[in-house]
Design a binder for this molecule. Structure first.
Ligand code: SF4
Length: 440
């Protein structure tokens, strides 16, 4: 039996996909990249924005022919859109065999077993506990050479625009020994970079044991043999304090880059978003991180056109990017998501205004990126190779620096995914640096 996956959305979703794939591997399935060869297709959906949900749903619609082409094929839909839509998903797509909402990922083995022919597979070898340190966390992996490791599920916040707490539930922390087991396995399998994942990853606080919070966990993961780079997504600004910053600074493998979502630079907007920090708080925390980790690169998420956002609020966002000296941002126009508090009120910033603000924001970010990358010309950067090939007879590769800049490099010798090379930066068009690999 073979399974094929299509995973939409964030890295949390990608890690959940690995989790489900691991359970299928324990039941004798092999992963395939050829959908037509698959007996099962697993679609992991995202609902964080209308566009992401629509993409996943239209993909599901297109799977009808795949399902009808061969008897016995099974179609499983999982993730956040599955959680939000539940039965209406089944009504709209009757060719779906199983819906596994994001909150129910832990029940995937039992739900999947219900679709398997009785007695065909013996899954007794699989540990009952989804997070047992005994599990084989490398049975099905994605994203090599970066090892994705979920450390918690859910979110205790209730940001007014966000559907995540509704579809993923409240925070549940994974036991530290299980996190360390997965990190160890993935590092031994060649993942020299580890990405710890959680909706508000630095709110991690398991119930008992010597590891009490995220700072402790970071220090412990940093020491796992084979880990050469360590990142985490996404920290919440509220939990950025001296203890956290010290753990980042004193863990040599933690990369000097942090994606710290701010969403807006205006305190009144942040209050209405229910982000639990003000503009001044965010700036103070960015400054704290820079004091502990000089030169740290900070990136962020920004929403433009949140209900009630004025021109002055938007100017505050633009000026915050400069004041906090941010290196980049994922920016989006606000769109209401059914089921969120903000969607109950008016979406009162006109579409043209949102587009205009987004364009101004993107231009400002582009200018900053150009200034920052220009300073890197002539420097040597350590790059972890994420893809490699040959172009016009020259060995080429793409990868990331420790500060998360993308690099396209050429090399005199062949490179493979997972290699770490030193690269002399020769050009710096915004966003993608270009250079040549040279001996370490
Ligand atoms: S912190 Fe806010 S934006 Fe982030 S997942 Fe939780 S509710 Fe959503």
């Amino acid at each position: 039996m073979k399974f094929f996956v299509e995973s939409f959305g964030c890295q949390m979703n990608s890690a959940d996909t690995e989790e489900m794939g691991r359970h299928l591997a324990a039941r004798g399935f092999a992963a395939t990249a050829d959908r037509d060869a698959a007996d099962w297709v697993l679609v992991n959906t995202c609902t964080v924005r209308q566009h992401a949900e629509q993409k996943a749903l239209s993909y599901l619609g297109r799977l009808r022919d795949w399902k009808d082409a061969k008897p016995g094929r099974r179609l499983v839909v999982a993730g956040c859109a599955a959680e939000r839509l539940q039965d209406s998903l089944r009504r709209r797509f009757p060719h779906v065999d199983l819906v596994v909402g994001a909150i129910s990922i832990g029940r995937f083995p039992e739900l999947a077993d219900g679709l398997l022919p009785a007695g065909e597979f013996d899954a007794r070898g699989e540990a009952a506990d989804a997070w047992s340190p005994e599990n084989d966390y490398t049975a099905y992996t994605r994203g090599f050479p970066v090892g994705h490791v979920t450390i918690m599920r859910g979110c205790n916040y209730s940001c007014a625009y966000c559907i995540v707490p509704r579809v993923r539930g409240r925070e549940i922390y994974r036991p530290a020994e299980s996190v360390l087991a997965e990190v160890g396995q993935k590092a031994a399998a060649g993942c020299s970079e580890i990405l710890l994942l959680g909706q508000t990853v630095n709110s991690y606080r398991p119930a008992d044991g010597p590891i009490q919070d995220f700072a402790d966990l970071l220090r412990a993961v940093d020491k796992v043999p084979g880990v050469r780079r360590l990142r985490f997504m996404s920290p919440h600004p509220f939990y950025v304090n001296e203890r956290f910053a010290a753990a980042v600074a004193e863990s040599p493998n933690v990369c000097p880059h942090m994606h710290l979502p701010v969403q807006s630079g205006s305190t009144p907007v942040l209050r209405r978003m229910r982000r639990n920090y003000s503009r001044a708080d965010f700036l103070a925390r960015a400054a704290l991180l820079r004091r502990f980790v000089p030169g740290i690169a900070l990136t962020t998420d920004i929403i433009v056109g949140f209900p009630g956002e004025t021109d002055d609020d938007f100017k505050d966002t633009l000026s915050l990017i400069d004041e906090a000296d941010l290196d980049g941002a994922y920016s989006f126009k606000y769109s209401p998501r059914p089921g969120t508090d903000a969607a109950e009120g008016p979406d009162d910033v006109p579409r043209e205004k949102k587009e205009e603000r987004l364009a101004v924001l993107l231009e400002s970010l582009e200018r900053r990126a150009q200034e920052k990358t220009a300073r890197l010309i002539g420097t040597a950067q350590e790059v972890l190779v994420e893809s490699a090939g040959v172009e016009n007879g020259v060995w080429t590769a793409d990868g990331r620096t420790r500060r998360f800049w993308k690099v396209r490099l050429s090399s005199k010798t062949p490179l493979k995914i997972g290699d770490t090379v030193n690269v002399k930066i020769q050009e710096a068009p915004a966003r993608v640096l270009k250079g040549e690999a040279h001996a370490a």
